[in-house]
Design a protein around this ligand. Structure first.
Ligand code: NI
Ligand code: MN
Length: 233
């Protein structure tokens, strides 16, 4: 995996911290304090410049309000989720929708489709959170990553390749709530990425898919199995 000065840290489940070449700190799907896979050393968030939220489920935005109100990042999400987060006291939201690209700090963020649901648990209510999405992030050094959020495989992943050609894909493989390794292997062939980083597995007993199962299905791809807390640079 070629990161050229980017530091990529997996915090377990779908949560990643990325340090950009310009020293900005990005969190994708900030489930940190409540995330049983997140190492204790990472539970105290020090700095966040940009936060990207894929959808409203608690295992993705469970700590978004607390972290965003404290660190005041630019928070990127779909409009309905931004509206809910603003009502909870989050400032500096930068809403966007699928197919759009915006520059945030030193990264270019494109919101892309995800095939998943997007309710937000608010007390005893489930409120509408817009639609689930994924993100393609282009860094100033030219590296492009695709964080798929929670999703099934969908044929338009081929369009994500054609239009954006991400180098690295973070794909859910756990099964039950998202793709299993079988669907994720198909997704890799559509995306034609150089490197796959499996995520959203092992957190709960039902998330049974494993990186080795994915590797067995797609020996022609580089599957990088990270451990929670590990940084690749
Ligand atoms: Ni979900
Ligand atoms: Mn999830």
């Amino acid at each position: 995996m070629e990161l050229k000065g980017i530091q990529l840290t997996w915090l377990g489940h779908a949560t990643f911290r990325i340090e950009t070449p310009a020293g900005k700190t990005i969190y994708i799907d900030p489930w940190v304090m409540g995330n049983p896979m997140c190492p204790s050393a990472e539970k105290k968030v020090r700095k966040v410049d940009v936060m990207l939220c894929t959808h409203g489920h608690g295992d993705h935005i469970g700590d978004a309000v607390e972290i965003a109100t404290k660190h005041k990042p630019t928070l990127v999400a779909i409009p309905e989720m931004c509206h809910w987060l603003e009502k909870k006291g989050v400032a500096n939201t930068s809403m966007m929708n699928k197919g759009g690209t915006q520059t945030v700090g030193d990264i270019k963020v494109t919101m892309v489709h995800a095939d998943h649901s997007c309710g937000i648990q608010d007390g005893d209510q489930m409120v509408y959170g817009g639609e689930a999405c994924g993100y393609v992030v282009e860094f100033s050094n030219g590296v492009k990553i695709y964080h798929a959020g929670d999703t099934n495989v969908f044929g338009d992943m081929a369009i994500i390749h054609d239009l954006y050609a991400p180098d690295i894909a973070m794909l859910p493989i756990g099964d039950h709530f998202t793709m299993s390794p079988r669907e994720a292997a198909y997704a890799c062939r559509l995306l034609k990425v150089k490197t796959v980083v499996p995520m959203h597995f092992g957190t709960f007993p039902v998330l049974t898919g494993t990186p080795s199962q994915l590797r067995d299905l797609i020996p022609e791809f580089e599957v990088v199995e990270m451990t929670p807390g590990q940084t690749i640079s």
